[in-house]
Design a protein. Structure first.
Length: 191
């Protein structure tokens, strides 16, 4: 319970810094942080942090899928630094979750598995975004926004446009879904 409060407070502090645009040259002491966090307006950031923490815990506590921790390689760099939960739906290995940093998770997937698609939920400083992708480079998953879904547009799994293929052939290779399946389906074998 104490660990939960501490994680939420750290997350709330990150959300506060991100939304306010503040940065400090040095790490603030606990007394200095208390002066900032004991203001009535700071409760908003705690609520936002609690929602993010609960969403993250629901993803982690999903008992259906085994969780594999991908160790960090120790290299510093701007690319691949976001923490992610990667929900993998594989043909041969079943469904599982990878936890780790983006660059290491992608490298681990490419090295150890084939025939999969995944939903990668990236987390960085309290914010997240989702990326859907396919294991082959020439096949992609085009997701839709909420507005497009209301208009009837569906999620497409299809090859990238190739100049040698006419539009009729490409149309035969497009799979459309209202929502993507949570498992590998035989239709994906055509790619």
């Amino acid at each position: 319970m104490e660990n939960k409060k501490q994680e939420i407070e750290e997350l709330a502090w990150q959300v506060f810094l991100n939304k306010s645009g503040l940065s400090f040259k040095r790490e603030l002491t606990d007394d200095e942080k208390k002066r900032v966090t004991q203001v009535d307006g700071y409760d908003y950031y705690r609520e936002q942090a609690t929602k993010m923490w609960e969403k993250k815990q629901r993803a982690l506590l999903n008992k259906k899928y085994p969780v594999i921790e991908v160790p960090a390689d120790g290299e510093h760099g701007r690319m691949g630094g976001a923490y992610c939960l990667c929900f993998v739906y594989s043909k041969y290995s079943g469904n599982f979750v990878l936890k780790g940093y983006h660059r290491e998770v992608v490298a681990y997937l490419k090295k150890n598995y084939t025939h999969y698609f995944y939903n990668m939920s990236l987390w960085y400083q309290g914010f997240h975004r989702d990326i859907w992708d396919f294991w082959k480079k020439d096949v992609t998953i085009f997701t839709t926004s909420i507005r497009e879904r209301k208009k009837g547009k569906k999620i497409e799994v299809r090859p990238y446009w190739k100049h040698g293929i006419d539009e009729e052939e490409l149309e035969k290779q497009i799979l459309r879904f209202k929502r993507l399946p949570k498992r590998w389906i035989p239709e994906f074998d055509m790619f």
